[in-house]
Design a protein around this ligand. Sequence first.
Ligand code: GTP
Ligand code: MG
Length: 649
Amino acid sequence: MVPRAVADSGGPARQPGRSSVQMQIPSWDDHFLFGPHVSVTATAASGVANPRRRNIAIIAHVDHGKTTLVDAMLHQSGVFRANERVEERAMDNTELERERGITIMAKNTAIHYGDLLINIVDTPGHADFGGEVERTLTMVDGVLLLVDASEGPLPQTRFVLRKALEHGLKPIVVINKIDRQDARPAEVLDEIYDLFIDLDATEDQIDFPVLYANGKAGTASLDAALPGENLRPLLDAIVEHMPPPTGDANAPLQVLVSNLDSSEYLGRIAIGRIVNGRVALGDEIAVSKIDGRIERTRVTKLYTFDGLQRVEVKAAAAGDVICLAGIDDITIGETITDSESPRPIPPLHVDEPTVSMIFGINTSPMAGRDGKFVTSRNLKERLARELIGNVSIRVQDTESPEQMNVIGRGELQLSILIEMMRREGYEIQVSRPQIVTREVDGGIEEPVEHLVVDVAEDYQGVVIAQLGTRRATMTKLVNHGSGRIRLEFRIPTRGLIGFRSQFLTDTRGTGIMNHLFDGWEPWHGPIAGRPTGALVADRSGKATAFAIYNLQERGEIFIEPGTQVYEGMVIGENARTSDMDVNVTKEKKLTNMRQSTADDALRLVPPRLLNLEQSIEFINDDELVEVTPGSIRLRKRVLAFNQRPKKDS
Ligand SMILES: Nc1nc2c(ncn2[C@@H]2O[C@H](COP(=O)(O)OP(=O)(O)OP(=O)(O)O)[C@@H](O)[C@H]2O)c(=O)[nH]1
Ligand SMILES: [Mg+2]
């Protein structure tokens, strides 16, 4: 089904530009959803804080269309002017989110529907950012669970739904991307029911409304066979089925801080939902800190959400989601409360992270060339700052004052942090990711994951073999008969480190893999690291085409001619298991005058330039990734050839 693009009823047609995209959203009179034909009849019941509010989160597996659906909601509620150019996925507004096309941080927005204000939190779907979803759920009363109409529920669908059900939230199921050629809504709905049952949902929760949506076109329908015309069926379902926020506006104030934002002008901004009470500009309030201290302050700036903006308000009450600026040092999990009778809300607990990396100051001979922040104090301060807004990261001291152990939910989360630091001007070096273990009854336990892979049948053998060496056990094999099969495994988290690039190579880039933390198990025994050795520069200098030409048959080269190298820098992958120290700066012996153009004649294999994530996946325990604003280099931990312990091969 291809949606019909309807011309705007007024104003110029939207112009697609280089940086904006013409939304295929049926448009109408901007006030369509404000019009008198929308009447909302919710009445105040006992315990209802505000019958004209709905607070919801949109949750799903990665890429199932959450942010795109929010776009459509914003468009149809008239947030944008008719001819306003709006970027696709407007909520993904950070640089890294836009570059990668994924949501990294949960964000708030709000739309008007009839006389209702619907506060919406768009959440990330990637498993590494699950902590964002967890903290967000304290702000809402219900969730839209989006499920791709072809892919069906995937590991993160399970994770986010489990968290939502644990919070007792009301779900509405949205089977999205119904326009896909391979959509199979009836089967997917069955799988969703199975998932709810599996997660011990209550009868009330299983009795969820179902909508079929094309978030990209901005349509929803109650019937899979009848394409919708707009999102009204979905918005009506929210009004009808999502409970209005409960709470008592006359009780002492309680706001649980669930999100932070900041602006140059306002400083740190605390975002949370007023659970009880009311708050107004000028009020004296207390902040109940994580460590139990109570700090008194005054409300100087108060906002609520409206579309993509924050709007200043004078007062707000139970059920509202608010932003408060001007409170120094406030962090997630603290309670803003009544100054006379402070009532802290127990802070939220999120799942503990399981993957760690050592972040150290850059000790390479090229340190300090392009970074602004290079000292251990800089590093410590930056990591301390990260802890404020990032609930699922832990930072520990190590024996060395120049290194910190950073623990997160996965390689992606940690590499996003590294990438952010690099762009801010930091220079660091990081180790191969390790997993966190724990001791139980004298034995060691390690985290294990539920892994789901989708591959073409042809690659089934190689993927199963590769996972076998990583101590995975297959738990399920489903063949949908489409030429692709879905395999499920239990695998130690350790076995997944560095697996993604291997998997993409093995499946020629066509495989899809997703995994999710699934508990602790006794140590599974050793898992071999990278089977190949490294080509290591044996001296500093500039790499020459001549040297690279002579080395390229030994393995794969990671650098281009002209790259500055140093002793101990990894410049390629050896085809053999041992490391090989090589002179990559060697010049051709000059016999006469016509030397300078000789290099041009050499046929060089294009180098495999590794990005940050690929570098982190590549390194072994005796190697590091050096990250600076301008470069990513691989190196041996011990640079000097004669001091390096030899690997047995
Ligand atoms: N065919 C089709 N594609 C869609 C639809 N909705 C979203 N997409 C596409 O799916 C991709 C992912 O969309 P997003 O909105 O970024 O998904 P998301 O759930 O927000 O992703 P994360 O936040 O990273 O978890 C984009 O390429 C969208 O254009 C839909 O209804 N139909
Ligand atoms: Mg998103």
